[in-house]
Each structure stands twice: as structure tokens, then as C-alpha cells.
Design a protein around this ligand. Structure first.
Ligand SMILES: Cc1cc2nc3c(=O)[nH]c(=O)nc-3n(C[C@H](O)[C@H](O)[C@H](O)COP(=O)(O)OP(=O)(O)OC[C@H]3O[C@@H](n4cnc5c(N)ncnc54)[C@H](O)[C@@H]3O)c2cc1C
Length: 524
């Protein structure tokens, strides 16, 4: 009988023999009764500060002999494997292949799924292929020269290319997550992502993996057009009949729109063309940076720096009073850097990234405050974009009008002033600024009252060591492109997907959304 065993505790540098021994203890059996051990999941338990952290595993194993007594959540019969997604080849391949717009996680995975299902998608991306994009981004970070079509937010790999590559997912869609991770591994990601509870890839590995996914789309009969900007839909009688990209008409009956939430020109064009949209709440704030050693010590105590542990992360949330707004940490980048991002002239936002080793001396995370639709300057559906743009314009000017990031020591922010910045910081192109002047009052008030207490939860990290960068404005989409249960907009043949459609957030959920819509199309 194949069994699934959970809560298997082993030391950090465990061997397979350790796991077998622990499983035998749990099942009260002998090693000879076990076969085909497979570790499914691995998380670190560092709660007991007086004992070394350990791994807690979930594994499946074939067990011979009298079936052991099952205990829910500890010893259970393994569920039957889910059959892989394998649609029959298209019955009558359409003369006009489906078009996917945007080569971020959603668009790439939608295009790959379509290609694997026998359709021959055309993937259109406004930015450049990875190697060219890397040069453009390096030049932006070094000298502030912005290419508005290909940058940290636009280009092959989408917004997540220069990122920590955290693969956290709240989704319960384990089967699609598994397929996405297996695709990443077969394209070069470390197989540990298949089992780690908090997997991450890192920018240096992503820049190899993403082109490998694109090559796979090619190999399966798809095509990719880089440096090609979607300019609008061709709509006839309430149905998509094609798209216009960089001045060229391309006829198709199916468009997967995966343009992310930075493409404000796309929202404006869709709105003008009558595609149903709605405003949605999001969040803004700052990016906070502290020495990584503080985070490691807070999470691992005296075991910090253990070679098997790596850089620790945190997730914090705080509400000062019952009816006050919440402040929460988001998109933590352990051992990473704070980066400046822009996709339009004169506007700027902060974010974070890490390399696969997560070995830089600082860790950073966004500290965000929710923004409600009623906070927008207008009741217009695109009011959230106007809200973001106002913040980003102020940040650009405060950052020296050259894409440097406005920054302040936390202690200065708390006193409403600005002084010099510490030389030890990850983002060198940072300019001292009074951050209160850049943020809406309710945001700076919430950050002001919540951050000291939040750092207190992090083992009392000294406030003097924290640096803030502003403004973090693009944590999620302020607009939703409405779609029905089949994934289609009211405009027939239009499949809005990924973060920009407002149904996903983060690399994994955006990729899953792209896959799901492509599957719905392929199976229809
Ligand atoms: C710096 C940074 C770090 C991040 N770190 C993480 C992380 O560690 N983990 C995580 O889960 N999430 C992270 N995120 C968020 C994550 O990147 C996004 O949630 C995810 O990329 C959204 O995927 P998407 O495919 O929906 O959109 P996007 O990734 O935004 O991709 C959209 C693509 O569409 C293209 N496009 C836009 N307009 C047009 C047009 N008119 N014509 C043609 N192409 C167009 C863009 O160039 C872009 O390539 C990070 C984001 C940033 C900016």
C-alpha cells in the first residue's frame, strides 16, 4: 500500500537513511518493509530556540505488510496520482492561431500550454528578449537611462524576471503548481523547488530558465515576436477578430491578454474600446531594508549562519487599533537588493530582488497599507491608476529626476525629517528625502505607527538600522478586466489572464492563471 506520511522530523543535513529511520519509527515497521520513498514537501521548523532547527518532511512510500493504523495528518493512504493534462490535438486547428500578449509568467505559461495542446500560438511581447533586456536594465540602474518599452517591468519574463523568484502560492491547485514547477525544473530550476515549502529561484537563474521556456514554445510550434507592442483589439460584433501590434493587423479569434498591471496604456485602450473593467483595491507603502543578520538571528537564534539554513525571511502584520488600517510586509527578499523600477518617463517605484544564493548583507520587504477604491482621486474605473501615478511622479522628482530612489533612515522618517543615508545599503542610487511628503497622509500615518512594533516582533531589530525607500506602488493591480467562468470577457474570444487581469498576484498564481485559461480554451 502506498502511504503518505507527514510530520517526519529530521536534522538539517539529513540523509535518506535518516528519513527511512524516522518513517519506520512513525509506522512501527522495519526498513525492509518500505520501498520507493519520495519526499513531497520540506519545511524548516525553528520554533524551539534552544534546539537546532530541523526539517519537517512529508513523504510517500510503498509499505509491505499489515497496513498501519491511519492517523489523519500523519499517516494516510496516498491519494491516487492525478492524470496529466493531455487534451486531444485540436480537432480542426484554426487557420488563425491564438495570440498571447505579454511574456510574463501568465503569458509564457498560457503560450506553452496552448503549444503543448497542439495550437500554434503567437506570443507578442513589447520588450526585448532576456539578454538584451538585461543590458537595458543594467544601463537603467547604472545611469537612469530608461527604455519605456523594455525595462525592469517589461520584456521577456515579465515583471518577475528581476526578482527574488519567490514561488509562494496560496492556491490549493496543487496539480497545476506541480506542473508549473516541473516545467521550471525541466528548464533549469533547482529540483529543490519541488519540495521546499518556501521555494525561490533568484534572478541569476531566472534569466536562464525563462529563455528555455520560450524555446520550448518554439519547439512545440509556437512563435514569439519581441519588441512588438499590442496597440488594440479588432472587435467585430462583440467578438475579437484580431489585434494590432506595432502597427500590424494580426487576425485571430482568440486573444490571451497577459500584459501585467504596469501596462496602463493597455487598460486605457481597453476602457476606450468598451471592454468591461472594474476598479479594485490594492496597497501602497515603502520598501524597508535591514541587515540580513538581524533577520537570521530573529528567526534562528544562535543557529543563524548554519550552512543548511540560508537567509531567513519574515512575514509581519500589525493593526494599531481596531478600526485603523493594517500594515503588512510583502514580497520579502532575503539577502537581496532594493531596486528602482519604471515603465513610463517621470514615474518611479521601488521593489526588491535577490540572486539564487540570497547572500547579500541586507534583506528587504515592502511594508504596505491597503488602499480602498474610496481613496482614489476620482470615481473613474481607472482612478487607482491616477492614484499610483501621482505617487510615482512625486517619487521620481524626490529621487533626483533621474530614477534614483528617495530614501530615509527609519528614525528620520519617524521624526518627519531627512539626513544623510548610511553608506551600507543595497541601493546606491538613493537620494535622502522626507518620505511623508511623498506618501498619502493615511499611508505614512499607518507606517509611522506600525513599523516600530513590527520590527519589535523581529527580535527588537534596532530602529536605527532600518532604511526606507519610496514608494512601493505596484504590489497588485488597481483594475480588474472582467471575465466569466469560462475565462472569457464579455468580448468573445478575449481571455484576460494573470496579474493585470486582476485575478492573480505573484509569479505562481499568474502562471497558473495563464495555464488555466489556456486549458479551458484547449478543452472547449
Ligand atoms: C521587481 C519585482 C520583484 C518581484 N518579485 C516577486 C517574487 O519574488 N515572487 C512573486 O511571486 N512575485 C514577484 N513579483 C510579482 C510578479 O513578478 C508578478 O506578479 C508577475 O510577474 C505577474 O505576471 P503576469 O504575467 O501576469 O504579468 P507581468 O509579469 O507583468 O508580464 C506582463 C508582460 O506583458 C508585456 N506587455 C505589457 N504591455 C504590452 C503590450 N502593449 N504589448 C505587448 N506586451 C506587453 C510586458 O512587457 C510584460 O512582459 C515581483 C515583481 C517585481 C516588479
Amino acid at each position: 500500500m502506498r502511504l503518505r506520511i507527514s510530520q517526519i522530523a529530521v536534522r538539517l543535513n539529513y540523509s535518506e537513511a535518516d528519513v527511512i529511520k524516522a518513517v519506520c519509527r512513525q509506522l512501527r515497521c522495519k526498513p525492509e518493509q518500505l520501498d520507493n520513498l519520495e519526499i513531497l514537501r520540506r519545511s524548516i521548523d525553528a520554533r524551539k530556540k534552544d534546539q537546532p532547527p530541523k526539517y519537517v518532511l512529508t513523504a510517500e512510500v510503498d509499505h509491505r505488510g499489515k497496513p498501519p493504523h491511519q492517523q489523519p495528518g500523519r499517516i494516510e493512504r496516498a491519494p491516487a496520482p492525478v492524470p496529466p493534462f493531455s487534451p486531444a490535438p485540436p480537432f480542426s486547428p484554426s487557420a488563425a492561431p491564438p495570440v498571447v500578449i505579454g511574456a510574463g509568467p501568465a503569458g509564457l505559461m498560457a503560450a506553452l500550454t496552448l503549444a503543448e495542446a497542439g495550437h500554434k500560438p503567437l506570443l507578442i511581447e513589447r520588450g526585448a528578449e532576456t539578454p538584451d533586456r538585461e543590458k537595458q536594465v543594467a544601463s537603467f540602474w547604472n545611469s537612469g537611462s530608461l527604455d519605456v518599452e523594455s525595462n525592469v517591468l517589461y520584456g521577456e519574463g515579465g515583471a518577475g524576471l528581476f526578482s527574488d523568484g519567490k514561488l509562494t502560492a496560496r492556491s490549493k491547485d496543487r496539480e497545476r503548481i506541480r506542473r508549473f514547477f516541473e516545467t521550471l525544473v525541466s528548464c533549469g530550476a533547482h529540483p529543490d523547488i519541488l519540495i521546499d515549502a518556501m521555494p525561490h529561484i533568484g534572478t541569476d537563474d531566472l534569466t536562464n530558465i525563462i529563455p528555455a521556456i520560450r524555446n520550448r514554445i518554439w519547439e512545440r510550434g509556437g512563435a514569439c515576436a519581441f519588441n512588438s507592442r499590442f496597440e488594440g483589439l479588432i472587435i467585430e460584433n462583440g467578438a475579437v477578430r484580431g489585434v494590432v501590434a506595432s502597427g500590424k493587423e494580426i487576425r485571430t479569434d482568440a486573444v490571451f491578454l497577459a500584459t501585467g498591471h504596469s501596462a496602463r496604456d493597455v487598460y486605457r485602450k481597453l476602457h476606450a474600446d468598451g471592454v468591461p473593467l472594474e476598479a479594485k483595491p490594492f496597497a501602497v507603502g515603502v520598501r524597508l531594508e535591514i541587515p540580513q543578520q538581524r533577520i537570521d538571528e530573529a528567526q534562528y537564534g544562535k543557529w543563524a549562519n548554519h550552512p543548511n539554513l540560508g537567509a531567513a525571511s519574515f512575514r509581519l502584520t500589525r493593526r494599531e487599533e481596531n478600526n485603523a488600517r493594517r500594515c503588512y510586509s510583502f514580497c520579502m527578499c532575503p539577502g537581496g537588493e532594493v531596486i528602482s523600477c519604471a515603465s513610463s518617463e517621470g514615474m518611479l517605484t521601488s521593489n526588491g530582488m535577490s540572486l539564487s544564493a540570497r547572500a547579500e548583507p541586507f534583506g528587504n520587504a515592502a511594508f504596505l497599507v491597503p488602499v480602498e477604491i474610496s481613496d482614489y482621486p476620482s470615481t473613474d474605473i481607472l482612478g487607482g491608476i491616477a492614484f499610483q501615478e501621482e505617487l510615482e511622479r512625486k517619487a521620481f522628482i524626490a529621487g533626483g529626476s533621474n530614477y534614483g530612489l528617495p530614501a530615509a533612515r527609519l528614525i528620520d522618517f519617524l521624526e518627519g525629517k531627512c539626513s544623510d543615508l548610511p553608506a551600507g545599503r543595497s541601493c546606491q542610487r538613493a537620494i535622502p528625502a522626507v518620505l511623508q511628503e511623498l506618501l498619502p497622509e493615511f499611508v505614512s500615518h499607518t507606517l509611522h505607527s506600525a513599523i516600530p512594533g513590527m520590527l519589535g516582533e523581529l527580535n527588537g531589530t534596532p530602529l536605527e538600522e532600518a532604511l526606507l525607500y519610496a514608494a512601493e506602488t505596484r504590489s497588485s493591480s488597481p483594475v480588474r478586466i472582467l471575465r466569466g467562468p469560462g475565462g472569457e470577457s464579455e468580448i468573445k474570444g478575449l481571455y484576460p489572464c494573470g496579474e493585470g487581469a486582476g485575478y492573480a498576484g505573484g509569479i505562481v498564481s499568474s502562471a497558473l492563471d495563464g495555464m488555466k485559461l489556456a486549458e479551458l480554451f484547449a478543452l472547449a
